[in-house]
Write a new protein. Structure first.
Length: 294
């Protein structure tokens, strides 16, 4: 059974939240561009969000007290973590307040590399420089533990991938290892976690002319992310795209064009299909599906 619910998720962004089987077809609502104004993407635009689920199960789960000073690397487990049988709405109801680890793993300076590091390709930039490129310190277990102890029980971890992917969209192993490490800081604190693709507009484009390459890029990037995190439990959410839009276009913050919205629907379905067929716990994982620029 599908259930629909308006949900305010961490970091004050309302998105469509989809927990479904791999056969689900999803359709994004049309946006009346005349009602949207620049700079309102966290308000009116995002109110097109829907939470859907194909299950109807009671919430029998409860939070545990983590060992704050130890990290259990979930990625090293040979078996998927057991999932609590809960709907997307029930999981969301367990989130009290969320915090975003912004301007770290999502730092970038466009396709040309960080200009203040001499430019050039990102392949020549160390993981630590990639993470601190926007003058923020590297994330630590102590930081995430302090966030948890302050009262937050969810963390969003924005990640930019184009800067660490080659021409075939294969992600650098040292970068993926660092993302795993940061995610496991939150796992050690028994927090809800959102990881996504962030600032990747240069490879996920919404025009008809770019769609074949965009679908290829999205599939390959999410195949790698989904494979890496497939055995994590239900507290890890995947957000397929962040604020998908055509940067600099007249309708960038006005809901986009019919062409862009249609192509966004296609990319969102590619994301759902890619994750759902990747094995492990991903056939039941909560997926966040954005509307245009949301």
């Amino acid at each position: 059974m599908k259930r629909t619910l308006m949900v305010l998720i961490p970091v004050l962004i309302i998105l469509q939240i989809v927990s479904c089987n791999k056969s689900l077809r999803y359709d994004s609502p049309e946006i009346n561009s005349d009602e949207e104004q620049p700079g309102q993407q966290t308000g009116a635009q995002n109110n097109n969000s829907i939470a859907q689920d194909n299950t109807e199960v009671s919430n029998n789960g409860s939070e545990q007290n983590p060992q704050q000073n130890e990290i259990t690397n979930s990625h090293d487990s040979s078996e998927p973590k057991t999932l609590r049988e809960m709907t997307a709405a029930e999981l969301i109801s367990d989130i009290r307040i969320g915090w975003s680890l912004g301007n770290t793993l999502d730092a970038h300076d466009g396709p040309g590399g960080f200009s203040w590091l001499g430019g050039g390709v990102y392949a020549n930039t160390s993981v630590s420089d990639l993470e601190t490129g926007w003058s923020r310190p590297q994330a630590t277990l102590e930081l995430i533990t302090s966030v948890k102890n302050t009262g937050f029980n969810a963390v969003r971890i924005p990640v930019t991938w184009f800067k660490v992917a080659d021409n075939n969209y294969i992600i650098r192993e040292d970068w993926m290892a660092r993302v795993i490490e940061v995610v496991d800081y939150a796992v050690a604190n028994d927090m809800f976690i959102i990881i996504n693709t962030h600032h990747d507009d240069s490879i996920f484009k919404l025009t008809d002319d770019d769609m074949e390459e965009s679908k290829k890029a999205l599939t390959i990037i999410w195949e790698q992310i989904a494979e890496t995190f497939k055995d994590y439990n239900e507290k890890l959410f995947f957000e397929g795209l962040n604020e998908p839009r055509t940067i600099g276009s007249p309708d960038e913050w006005r809901g986009g064009t019919p062409e862009e919205r249609n192509n966004l629907n296609i990319l969102n379905q590619v994301f759902v299909d890619t994750v759902r067929t990747s094995g492990g716990n991903n056939d039941e994982r909560v997926l966040l599906i954005p509307t245009y620029a949301a």
